[in-house]
Design a protein around this ligand. Structure first.
Ligand code: 13P
Ligand code: G3H
Ligand code: ZN
Ligand code: ZN
Length: 342
């Protein structure tokens, strides 16, 4: 297959009622773990880099990854996560990303953006992307806790003040207006998730993770695949392993896989996961080094981290029913980009 725009993958996922986990990377073992897991499960792939991830990985890793992806038998989208400016957006287009998030929900300094300003900047991004084979993801609503109103840290920006429920929950009628003016290939929504490990102090209930809201939004914009950010599940066994081997992660809970599966039934087609791979890698490295104090070869503990991350990837491909879908996303002569035939 090859490098494909996000729209090609999400059209198929949205139509067939499954979702694709979008894994963030910032170092090569993450990319290897994702690609190994996708090959083993024959899943479509979304690999994504945030601003912080791109800075750590560097552009030459992206160049190499694009060359590799173009020769892959799998349909793979390379997505630039959370662009907060049109300059970042343009740079991502020129780097060759096949999908880019124009994140207009927050201003560059982390304040909630006005609806009209979000529409305007997203329209400009859509315009810029027209002459590139790239899809555009937009965002409406701010990530953050429905209990404290605190918005999660997002790519280095912390929203300046406590947000209201209206700001923390995407409004279905606003979503309809947004898509009517800025017809993005996918829309990230806010339902109480937030980035990072510290999402919930107890397993979340509907009052703090509003899955019902997903179906209301999907009803308002039935043709737009929905995206959940901040959707790591924070596996408790990984926290235990980290803390047993010298770590100090406070008790915390993520988004239960079962809750994500419910959201997928209502129209979520892309599920962003960064923290779970970080936790898997950290647990594996801490355990390896603690059990092998003589170890001095990074290849050994980095391989352990890769194996642990691959396990998480396989489990999410299976849980979101992306496993086995790759062969159904084929190239056709009607469309310069790949598109599904079934
Ligand atoms: O939303 C994310 C990337 O855009 C990642 O969220 P997590 O921190 O929950 O993994
Ligand atoms: O924004 C979502 C990603 O998890 C980015 O996290 P980061 O800013 O730590 O790279
Ligand atoms: Zn955002
Ligand atoms: Zn995100």
């Amino acid at each position: 297959m090859t490098l494909v725009p996000l729209s090609t993958l999400l059209r198929h996922a949205h139509k067939n009622g499954y979702a694709i986990p979008a894994f963030n990377i910032s170092f090569q073992e993450q990319a290897q773990a994702i690609l190994d897991a996708a090959t083993e499960t024959q899943s479509p792939v979304i690999i994504q880099l945030s601003t912080g991830g791109l800075k750590h990985a560097s552009t030459w890793m992206v160049d190499g990854l694009i060359q590799h992806i173009k020769k892959s038998p799998l349909p793979i989208c390379l997505h630039r996560d959370h662009c907060h400016s049109l300059d970042d957006f343009q740079a991502a287009l020129e780097l060759g990303f096949s999908s880019i998030m124009m994140d207009g929900s927050l201003t560059a300094d982390g304040k909630p953006n006005a609806f009209e300003e979000n529409v305007r900047i997203t329209q400009q991004a859509l315009d810029m992307a027209k002459s590139y084979p790239a899809s555009v993801e937009g965002e409406l609503g701010c990530l953050g806790s429905l209990i404290t109103g605190l918005s999660g840290e997002e790519d280095g920006t912390q929203a300046a003040d406590i947000l209201s429920l209206e700001q923390l929950l995407t409004d279905p009628s606003e979503a309809r207006d947004f898509v009517a003016q800025a017809n993005v290939d996918a829309l990230a929504i806010a339902i109480g998730t937030s980035h990072g490990a510290y999402k919930f102090s107890a397993p979340p209930t509907e009052s703090v993770l509003n899955i019902q809201r997903v179906s209301m939004i999907a009803e308002a914009i039935p043709n737009t695949p929905l995206v959940l950010h901040g959707s790591s599940s924070v596996p408790q066994d990984l926290l235990t392993t980290i803390n047993q081997h010298g770590g100090a992660i406070d008790p915390t809970f993520g988004v239960p896989v079962a809750a994500i599966q419910k959201a997928i039934q209502h129209g979520v087609a892309k599920v962003n996961i960064d923290t779970d791979l970080r936790l898997a890698a950290t647990a594996a490295v801490r355990q390896h080094l603690n059990e092998h104090p003589e170890e001095m070869d990074p290849r050994k503990y980095l391989s352990a981290s890769r194996a642990a991350m691959k396990e998480i990837c396989i489990s999410r491909y299976q849980a979101f029913r992306a496993a086995g879908q790759a062969p159904f996303i084929q190239k056709t002569q009607h469309d310069p980009f790949t598109t599904e035939v079934s």
